[in-house]
Design a protein. Sequence first.
Length: 67
Amino acid sequence: MNNSKKLGQNMKRIRLEKQMSQGDICRKLDVDRAYISNIESGNKNPTLSTITKLAKALNVSIDELLK
């Protein structure tokens, strides 16, 4: 499995565990829902800056997103 897919799967799992919608993440990051959807599906490869913002929005460490 490639790293983008792994990141997306971890992100989605954490988001659902925290009972958050993609819209919740979008509002925290000020991005389109389609962008979040593309990250979760492994179609987008976010920058380190975006990964940092995602981790903060989900209230987890970067390590947790990337493991």
